[in-house]
Design a protein around this ligand. Structure first.
Ligand SMILES: *Cc1c(COP(=O)(O)O)cnc(C)c1O
Length: 227
């Protein structure tokens, strides 16, 4: 019995080089479908709403090698739950949120609720856009020294979501700017040498993102169909 979504996924997997991590974005996707893609090797799942994610985590608790990623905007009052439920948080988009996550990470480590530091990406916006979350470059530089003080987060790289309506050339050059920004931050020793992750690329632009250096691509629609 072949599941069309699984076939689809296997076609996509063939186009992705091994150094790029395919993260299945499963917002609104059923737990049954998640199990089906798990069966063919997917271990990285991303959600953008905390409660939906926690419900699915409960249903999938026997699948203990799933790596959960949070990719949505987080209100600071949900920082504690996010730290306790996700190894990866891609969408750290303000100093205030980072500080809350750091605080609750310290607590959760002390209480034994988590055993490794949360792996976080800083969400940046290279182009001004209606997507109001994330740092622009100037503001990120202003916050760097404060971010560096947060020792209970493991800063792993940058994440970006591009505005709609760009040409391919504009998409590629925006992704390249994010790649270069991460490189500069690493070279200037703002973060450790494993500040090497670029979470960029969705169904519509992941090929360009990979060309520009993405290490993590977040795919929903192209695997599961329209939401
Ligand atoms: C929904 C979502 C995705 C996946 O988008 P598709 O276009 O369905 O692949 C990726 N990243 C974030 C932050 C999302 O919210």
């Amino acid at each position: 019995m072949s599941n069309p979504i699984v076939n689809n996924l296997q076609q996509i997997q063939k186009t992705i080089p091994s150094h790029v991590r395919l993260i299945a974005v499963t917002k609104t996707v059923s737990v049954e479908m998640m199990k089906a893609v798990y069966e063919v090797g997917v271990r990285d799942f991303a959600e953008n709403k905390l409660q939906e994610a926690i419900n699915k985590q409960n249903e999938l608790r026997d699948f203990s090698d799933i790596c959960w990623h949070f990719i949505g905007h987080l209100q600071t009052n949900k920082a504690k739950k996010a730290v306790e439920s996700f190894l990866w948080i891609h969408s750290v988009d303000s100093l205030k949120l980072a500080q809350k996550l750091d605080f609750f990470s310290q607590q959760a480590l002390k209480d034994g609720i988590i055993t490794t530091l949360p792996q976080v990406c800083l969400q940046v916006k290279i182009l001004p856009d209606q997507n109001k979350y994330g740092w622009n470059i100037d503001h990120l530089y202003q916050d760097l020294s404060s971010l560096q003080k947060l020792t209970f987060l493991h800063f792993r790289g940058l994440m970006t979501i591009l505005p709609l309506g760009l040409t391919s050339a504009e998409v590629f050059s925006a992704f390249q700017e994010v790649t270069n920004l991460a490189l500069h931050l690493r070279q200037d020793n703002y973060f450790s040498s494993d500040f090497d992750q670029l979470s960029m690329g969705m169904s519509g632009d992941y090929l360009l993102a990979m060309e520009a250096g993405a290490t993590m691509i977040r795919l929903g629609t192209i695997i599961f169909g329209d939401r």
